[in-house]
Structures are given as structure tokens and as C-alpha cells.
Design a binder for this molecule. Structure first.
Ligand SMILES: [Zn+2]
Length: 260
């Protein structure tokens, strides 16, 4: 009987002996298996957040690009020389509904809703004597329709900057705020110094330059304009960072894309 008990005890001892081993083998796996997993998910992170390519939307609510081509009241003309860097007309102006009517000018577009032409981010907003209330929207290269990026030679690391000027009121946004194509950004007005603005119209300006511009307050011709404001104005208008382009090809591009 004693022998039988002893054998049983030996069996118990033999069974009790292994437990320490599993704890020894259990500890190594955790560091081995979790470490490859996070690195695998980290490398996959960029794929779930692709930046969608923007559509191209008419800047005037309810009016197609095709119609807008008939509302141009002043065309684009670049500065006549490097010394007269602020001369010429740096954008396209739209003032009338039916400028090409045989009977003369049609309705004014004062108060018409303005829309963002592309997806993007607020790169500048404020009031300048020459622009009135203005808004600048940046669209990085990755979000530009490829045809439009090619049209204006926008390269990786660069953005297209679209300015809407003479808005009726202060643009209701903050710097870096994201905007969608077609989102309302204001209304056509006649704000700005009377020397520069004789009638309500949209001044539409297009520049291409390094991504990430966040323009501080800019203005130049007012008596109270500070040196810092004047420097920002020159940066936007005259620096080689933001090259001026004729916006008309964009409107032709939009008219071809949106045949409505
Ligand atoms: Zn203009």
C-alpha cells in the first residue's frame, strides 16, 4: 500500500514538475509576435487615406463655365515689365450675366453666390484696398485633376492658388480650413478702393507656387498699410514663389469637363 502511494506521489511530482517550463516558454512569444504586426500596419497606413482628386466647379452658383465665358468684363494682362510689377491685370473679371447680348449689357452679377472652383484649403483671406474682401484657396498638386495640373505645369510639391476678390463681405473662414469644390465662399460685391473698383464684379486670380502658403494680412496702397502688410502683398503679387497665370484656360477646361 505504501509503495502504491509512493508511486502515486512520484507521478504527482512528475506532473508537477513541468509547470515552470510553460511560463518560461510563454514569455518569449509576446515580444516576437506583436513586433512584426505594428510595423506591418504602419507601412499600410498611407493606403487607407488617399487624397481624392477634386472636381472642377463653376465659381458662380447656377451659371456654367460655358455661360461664364460670356460674362468676362476684363481679360488677363500680365505686368508689362519687371519694373512695373504691379501693372497689368492679374486676373479675369466677371461682371455681367449676358455681356454678349446684341442689346448690350445684361444683368449685373452683384450678390450672386460664389463657389470654390476646386477642393482645397484656405491659404489667405482679408481686406486689401486693391482686392476688397478676398479669399485665396490652395489646391495641392495631388488633388488637382491631372489635366489641369498639366495645363499650368503644377509639379509635386506645388499648389494652385485661386483668389476670389471684391466679395461683398468678409470671407467666413479661418486659415487652413478645408473647402470643397462647389462650396459657397461668398457673394459678388464691389468692395475695395473706389479707384480700383468701379462696379460689382468677381476678380478671379490664379497663381502656382510652393505648397503650404498661409498668407498673413496683405495690402499696399492705403495710407495706414503697415510695412508687414505691404511685404505680404509684394510676396503674393511679385515674388517668384507664386507665378501668375491667365485663368482663362481653367475656364475653358471647366467648360469642356462640365457640358451643362
Ligand atoms: Zn480684376
Amino acid at each position: 500500500m505504501k509503495r502504491f502511494v509512493c508511486l502515486f506521489c512520484l507521478l504527482l511530482a512528475a506532473c508537477a514538475a513541468p509547470p515552470p517550463e510553460p511560463t518560461a516558454t510563454a514569455s518569449p512569444p509576446p515580444p516576437v509576435t506583436p513586433s512584426p504586426l505594428p510595423s506591418a500596419t504602419a507601412t499600410e497606413e498611407p493606403s487607407p487615406t488617399p487624397i481624392p482628386i477634386s472636381a472642377v466647379c463653376s465659381p458662380l452658383g447656377g451659371h456654367s463655365f460655358q455661360a461664364l465665358l460670356g460674362y468676362i468684363s476684363q481679360g488677363f494682362s500680365p505686368p508689362p515689365s519687371s519694373s512695373n510689377w504691379d501693372g497689368g491685370h492679374h486676373g479675369l473679371d466677371f461682371a455681367y450675366y449676358q455681356r454678349n447680348d446684341p442689346g448690350g449689357f445684361g444683368g449685373h452679377i452683384e450678390g450672386a453666390p460664389l463657389q470654390s472652383v476646386l477642393d482645397g484649403y484656405v491659404a489667405g483671406l482679408g481686406y486689401a484696398s486693391i482686392y476688397g474682401h478676398y479669399l485665396i484657396v490652395e489646391t495641392p498638386w495631388a488633388q488637382l485633376p491631372p489635366g489641369l495640373a498639366a495645363l499650368y505645369s503644377v509639379a509635386e510639391g506645388q499648389s494652385a492658388y485661386v483668389m476670389y476678390a471684391h466679395l461683398q463681405e468678409e470671407a467666413p473662414f479661418v486659415l487652413s480650413e478645408p473647402l470643397d469644390c462647389g462650396q459657397m465662399v461668398g457673394q459678388v460685391g464691389a468692395t475695395g478702393d473706389a479707384f480700383f473698383v468701379v462696379e460689382p464684379h468677381l476678380h478671379f486670380e490664379l497663381r502656382v507656387g510652393a505648397s503650404g502658403l498661409r498668407l498673413a494680412a496683405m495690402t499696399y496702397y492705403g495710407a495706414q498699410d503697415s510695412p508687414a502688410e505691404q511685404e505680404e502683398y509684394r510676396r503674393w503679387r511679385n515674388s517668384l514663389e507664386f507665378l501668375l497665370h491667365d485663368p482663362l484656360p481653367l475656364f475653358n477646361f471647366g467648360a469642356a469637363e462640365n457640358l451643362d
